[in-house]
Write a protein that binds this ligand. Structure first.
Ligand code: C5P
Length: 272
């Protein structure tokens, strides 16, 4: 639990409205089973375990009754656990759980969730449900940076592969290979970006307002919220992420996540 006295009122937006096509389960990714429970359940437990949120606002695929019921049951269990803790003399903050219909793009889902935040919200963490095993420590590092005055903060990890830019091979005749290398990015200054990404709420609202002026190509190129904030010229701070925060996207990721659950992370999921 983050105990800094300057800790702002924090909402965590969990975006879970993606289709999950790349996972190949034929269902929204949030529902896909991981260690016997849904990816979304794991993601929500992680947010609760971090203990930083006054509100958890979940964006689910529009009209998805199953995920709505899952979130309702999660909120009920949370309240029951809170009552038990209070009876035992442990007073832990109980976050409000809000569910909204997501949109066609991730940014649309974030915007829909922002519209449902409690009026007292000062800071927002935007978290991919697909990063279901994010350790509490990552939430704490992001929240601590916000408490220290950052308007935008993202968790990152070093890149282990050499990263190159390419373009499609053009010209007549048979190409030797489909793409040509155009450059090599300096690896020591590259970082892979994860979630939760933390923002002062006013900054995130401004960033998404700017998106309204983008054309379709520019809007499609927006893959995270920090990108929008960078375009405003607001400094984006980077804290250490974690390899366990992998975004479950492909069947291989799901195998890795199953393996992680059998390790030290597993303990988080067995408590009632
Ligand atoms: O598709 P992508 O990997 O960018 O998705 C990242 C996260 O954004 C996932 O947790 C997904 O559920 C969420 N998302 C969303 N609404 C969309 C598309 C993605 O909430 N329309």
């Amino acid at each position: 639990m983050n105990t800094a006295s300057t800790t702002p009122v924090i909402a965590v937006i969990v975006v879970a409205a993606g289709s999950g096509q790349r996972l190949g389960y034929g269902m929204p990714k949030a529902k896909v089973p991981l260690g016997g429970e849904s990816i979304l359940t794991h993601a929500l437990r992680g947010v609760v375990a971090a203990g930083i949120a006054q509100q958890i606002c979940v964006a689910i695929p529009q009209g998805d009754a199953e995920l709505q019921a899952l979130c309702d049951a999660f909120a009920r269990d949370l309240k029951a656990g809170h009552r038990r803790n209070a009876a035992a003399g442990h007073s832990v903050q109980l976050p409000v759980v809000t569910v909204v219909d997501g949109g066609a793009s991730r940014a649309d889902s974030v915007r829909a969730a922002m519209a449902a935040l409690l009026p007292e919200t000062q800071s927002v963490l935007v978290h991919d449900a697909a990063r279901a095993l994010t350790p509490e420590s990552v939430f704490h590092r992001v929240a601590d940076a916000l408490a220290a005055g950052a308007a935008a903060v993202i968790p990152v990890i070093p890149v282990v592969d050499t990263v190159k830019t390419v373009e499609p091979t053009t010209g007549d005749g048979v190409a030797i290979a489909p793409e040509l290398v155009t450059g090599t990015a300096p690896r020591e200054s590259l970082r892979a970006v994860q979630t939760p990404q933390g923002f002062a709420l006013a900054t995130l609202i401004r960033a998404h307002d700017a998106l309204a002026g983008f054309n379709a190509v520019q809007a499609a190129a927006v893959t995270d919220d920090a990108m929008l904030v960078e375009l405003l010229g607001v400094p984006v701070h980077a804290v250490r992420g974690a390899s366990q925060s992998l975004k479950i996207t492909t069947p291989l990721d799901l195998i890795l996540a199953e393996g992680l659950l059998e390790g030290p992370l597993g303990g988080r999921w067995v408590e009632g």
